[in-house]
Design a protein. Structure first.
Length: 86
């Protein structure tokens, strides 16, 4: 029984909606995994402030080391006379 708002054309096929036997990734099940979710919530909070500062310091040291390496490459190429933009 098609209505005027939803006309059915000749040869048109209708398919039934999909049936999901497993939950999609990221979907929450009813109450079976509440304990599991609580244990993961501590892990998902991330790093502490001290860990963040330590990582920032390590990244800054690495950045300075790479800058020094790049400066050495540039000076070596300038002395050799080759290298276009370095």
């Amino acid at each position: 029984a098609a209505t005027k708002a939803d006309p059915v054309r000749f040869g048109e096929q209708a398919e039934r909606p999909p049936v999901f036997r497993q939950l999609p990734r990221g979907a929450n099940s009813s109450s079976s995994s509440k304990a599991k979710a609580q244990s993961q919530s501590k892990k998902s909070q991330g790093m502490s402030e001290a860990q963040i500062e330590a990582e920032k310091d390590a990244m800054e040291i690495m950045r300075r080391r790479v800058q020094a390496q790049y400066a050495a490459i540039r000076s070596k190429r300038r002395q050799a006379g080759d290298g276009f933009h370095l």
